[in-house]
Every structure is written in structure tokens, then in C-alpha cells.
Design a protein around this ligand. Structure first.
Ligand code: IFM
Length: 473
């Protein structure tokens, strides 16, 4: 059954809010979250395989098995993308499949990605590959992980293997996905793999991830000189809950520094912000920075990937929602007073206007670079109805509001080139396991049956019409 909307519908030819011609409409996934097949074709454990086995680390003790079994169902999933009318697909490559022990290349692991890319190309779907979406080979963690500078050089070797095989056919490359999460959730807060709670280690990891990005960019340039290269950051506008309170203002400055500017400035401006260097002096940031590092990290890019989920409204005062110390090293006691806004199933406030604010501020404060929304989406407790469709009206509302926010940024001259919904499929949501569903397509993890949600039909209408229709149409 085709789930594409009827393109002969005249309303599709006249969207109320048209996007620029050539705007890229896509959806995103990541290897560990969907592939399953964690022990086949030479793959060895990643830090997430190990972390999942720690008691209490992941909801329900879930693991990367079965994922959405995408490793075996790839052809079916590409057909789904075709039915949806996706123009582009953002996926990640699993390092432990490609250089399983952190050393020699494993051609069998690369074969899967070559099949995926060739299948996408045959279906006219542009492949957009991310080299690192959090699945560090465990063997490298055993040697210190991202705290060890050597891991950045091992990343460049891994990138070399991937680019040698796919550099001629993948037009868009992203080095890292959300290095903030790898560094701070993984090494400071212990909420993500490898589960360490060492603030100094997190700071070292952040710098070494950025170095890996720079080294990886050079590899992309060498093997795919005509491809576009970029990095994907998870960015949040940060506001003081009480703009008249000096404590809240300082907390907002610190969180903005550690979350946004600590990654944006080295990559786009070639330096760490002064206030971040000061805030992180007790944790040794400057000690990890060698003379040529910032030049490597700030190699020119063709695009910046923006992952946007919400803005942050922060206070220095504890409130009833205050949990354990935050992951922002040096700002451990931040709280997030409720604004009474609707929340998604992962308890994130829905703040679509923050997307316009973020895009406009990137456009105004940093050197001009094409922007792509490489992730945006929402988890809701979806269930398929008797008609076989999940009536996920909340997700449609979320999507509609965020696409309007993206359009508003374009109207303010932001060079926004594309939008990727997170995620194509329900999948393994890290520490939340399979309990949270972000997909456009519902996955029954027991049978692996895929059921497009109503949001998938709605999104394919947007893609077909290259824009949004009036509310209610
Ligand atoms: O599932 C994650 C993804 O892996 C990275 N960005 C945020 C998503 C939702 O939490």
C-alpha cells in the first residue's frame, strides 16, 4: 500500500507556507538505535553494549537487541522511505562493525553500509552519513575512551576506512552527532555510556571529540573532495528563569557556554570562549589543548547540523523538580522551573519558538554557514489503532509548530537548507530503552512489524507540497 498523499490534490500544489525550492526533507536514525544484529559479521561490543548490561543503567534492562532489526530489514525500510517520499536519509555508521577492535578494518561490516547507500541511491534518496553517533568500540574505552587523546587519531583511521569505501557515493558527511552528549552525559553524569561520573574526564573528552571532528574533516576532504562536510550539535537557547536574578543569569550564561558555545566557537571561530575557559579552568580544559588543535578543529565546513528539541529555562535555585547534580560541569545545581507548558513523553517542554530563536542567533552571531535541522522530533506514547494507523495528533502538532518556526527563520534570511525528522522508526532511546517512541513509523519490537503513524502521512504531504498547508487542511 502506498502511503503517499494524492499528488493530484490541488491543495498540495499551493502550500500556505512554501519552503525554498530544493529544500531537503528527510528523516534520521542512528546505527545502535535501530540496527540490532550486534554480534554478526564481525561486530564487537561498543560502549553501549557494555553499558546496557549494567544493572539499572537502561529502563527495563533493554539492550541494542533487537533494535528495529534494521540490519536485516534494510531493504524494507528503504521502501518505507520511498513510500513516504523522503528526499534524504540521515543514518550513522557503526564504528564497531567497521574497525571492530579499534584496529584492523572489517570489510564485512562495511558491506552493509555499501548496500544501504546503493539501495538509497537506486531509490533517489540522498544518503547523509554520520561517522560517530555514540557507539565507541569498547576496546577503545578500555584504553581510556574519549579521555585518551589517542582515540581522536583512532577515529581518523576509522573515518579513513569508511571514506575509502563510500567517499565516491555519499554526498553529505557529518563527523560527530552531539559531542556534548558523548562527553557530558557519558563521562560527567554517567547517564549514558560509558557511565563515568568524572567531571575532569568529561572536559577532556569534549576536547578530544572536537579534535576527532577536525581530523575526520580532513579525511572527508581527502577522499570526498566534492562532498559536503559538517558536524551536528545539539543546541538549546538558554534563558534565565528570573532575568532579574543574578544567580539565574549566571547559571544561564554557564549552561549556554557549556552546551552551545563550547562547541560552536572552536568549530566556527577557532577558539574556546573566554568565560568557558575560566569556568572550566578547575577541570583542566586548557591543559588538553595543544598548539595546532584549534586550527584542526576549525577547518572550514560546508554545513552545520542543528539538533533542536527544546529551549532551556534555568535557575540557580533548587525547586521541586530538581534532580541529581546536572551534567553541566561547574553548574551542577541548575534547576528547570516549570513554565506549565505541554511536555512530550520524555518530559521535555514543547517550545517551538525556540527553534526560530536558535536559527536566527546562529545566523547573526557566527560566520555564515548553511544550516540543516538534522534532528527535531518528539516522543509520545503511541499505539496502533484498529485501523492500523497510530493517531499521533500530538506529534503532528509538534511537527507543524516546528516547521512553522523553521519557516519563520527562513523569512528572517537564515540559510536553512533542510529538515530531518527524528526519527524515521521507533527505536532504542538510549537510557530510556524501547519505552519512548520518537518514530514516524511505529515498530512492534516483538514482531518487527512497521506501521506508519498518522504523522508519517502528514509529513509526506508536507514533502510532496514542499510546504505547510493552512491549519485544518
Ligand atoms: O535519540 C536521540 C538521538 O540519538 C540523539 N538526539 C536526541 C534523540 C532523542 O533523544
Amino acid at each position: 500500500m502506498s502511503i503517499l498523499p494524492d499528488e493530484t490534490d490541488p491543495a498540495l500544489a499551493r502550500p500556505e507556507l512554501p519552503f525554498p525550492p530544493g529544500f531537503v526533507w528527510g528523516a534520521a536514525t542512528a546505527a545502535f538505535q535501530i540496527e540490532g544484529a550486534t554480534t554478526v559479521d564481525g561486530r564487537t561490543p561498543s560502549i553501549w553494549d557494555t553499558f546496557c548490561r549494567l544493572p539499572g543503567a537502561v529502563t527495563n534492562g533493554d539492550t541494542g537487541e533487537p533494535g528495529a532489526d534494521h540490519y536485516r530489514r534494510m531493504a524494507e525500510d528503504v521502501r518505507l522511505m520511498t513510500d513516504l517520499g523522503l528526499r534524504a536519509y540521515r543514518f550513522s555508521i557503526a564504528w564497531p562493525r567497521v574497525r571492530p577492535d579499534g584496529g584492523a578494518p572489517n570489510p564485512a561490516g562495511m558491506d552493509f553500509y555499501q548496500r544501504l547507500v546503493d539501495t538509497l541511491l537506486r531509490h533517489d534518496i540522498t544518503p547523509c552519513a554520520t561517522l560517530y553517533h555514540w557507539d565507541l568500540p569498547q576496546v577503545l574505552e578500555d584504553r581510556g575512551g574519549w579521555v585518551n587523546r589517542d582515540t581522536a587519531y583512532r577515529f581518523a583511521e576509522y573515518a579513513e576506512t569508511v571514506l575509502q569505501r563510500l567517499g565516491d557515493r555519499v554526498p553529505h558527511w557529518t563527523t560527530l552527532n552531539e559531542p556534548w552528549c558523548s562527553a557530558f552525559l557519558g563521562y560527567a553524569r554517567g547517564r549514558h555510556a560509558p557511565g563515568r561520573t568524572e567531571p575532569e574526564a568529561a572536559v577532556a573528552a569534549a576536547h578530544h571529540l572536537l579534535l576527532a571532528h577536525g581530523l575526520g574533516t580532513a579525511v572527508i576532504r581527502r577522499h570526498a573532495p566534492h562532498a559536503s562536510a559538517g558536524v551536528t550539535l545539539n543546541l538549546f537557547p538558554v534563558h534565565a528563569a528570573d532575568p532579574g536574578d543574578p544567580g539565574d543569569l549566571d547559571t544561564a550564561r554557564k549552561v549556554d557556554g557549556l552546551q552551545n558555545r563550547m562547541f560552536l566557537a572552536p568549530v566556527l571561530l577557532g577558539s574556546y570562549p573566554d568565560d568557558v575557559l575560566t569556568d572550566l579552568a578547575p577541570f583542566g580544559l586548557a591543559e588538553h589543548v595543544r598548539p595546532d588543535d584549534l586550527g584542526t578543529i576549525s577547518a572550514p565546513l560546508d554545513m552545520l547540523g542543528v539538533n533542536y528539541y527544546r529551549d532551556l529555562h534555568v535557575s540557580s535555585r533548587p525547586d521541586e523538580r530538581s534532580g541529581p547534580p546536572s551534567e553541566w560541569v561547574g553548574a551542577e545545581h541548575v534547576s528547570f522551573p516549570s513554565r506549565g507548558l505541554p511536555r512530550t513523553d520524555v518530559d521535555w517542554e514543547v517550545t517551538s519558538e525556540g527553534l526560530t530563536e536558535l536559527l536566527v542567533s546562529l545566523h547573526e552571531k557566527y560566520p555564515r554557514i548553511p544550516l540543516y535541522i538534522t534532528e527535531n522530533g518528539a516522543a509520545y506514547p503511541d499505539r496502533a489503532g484498529p485501523d492500523g494507523i497510530v493517531h499521533d495528533v500530538d506529534r503532528i502538532g509538534f511537527l507543524d509548530a516546528h516547521l512553522r518556526a523553521a519557516h519563520a527563520a527562513i523569512e528572517r534570511d537564515v540559510d536553512l537548507r533542510g529538515y530531518f525528522y527524528w526519527s524515521l522508526l521507533d527505536n532504542f532511546e538510549w537510557a530510556e530503552g524501547y519505552a519512548k517512541r520518537f518514530g514516524l513509523v511505529h515498530v512492534d519490537f516483538a514482531s518487527q512489524r512497521r506501521t506508519p503513524k498518522q504523522s508519517a502521512l502528514w509529513y509526506s504531504g508536507v514533502i510532496a507540497g514542499n510546504g505547510l498547508r493552512a491549519v485544518g487542511e
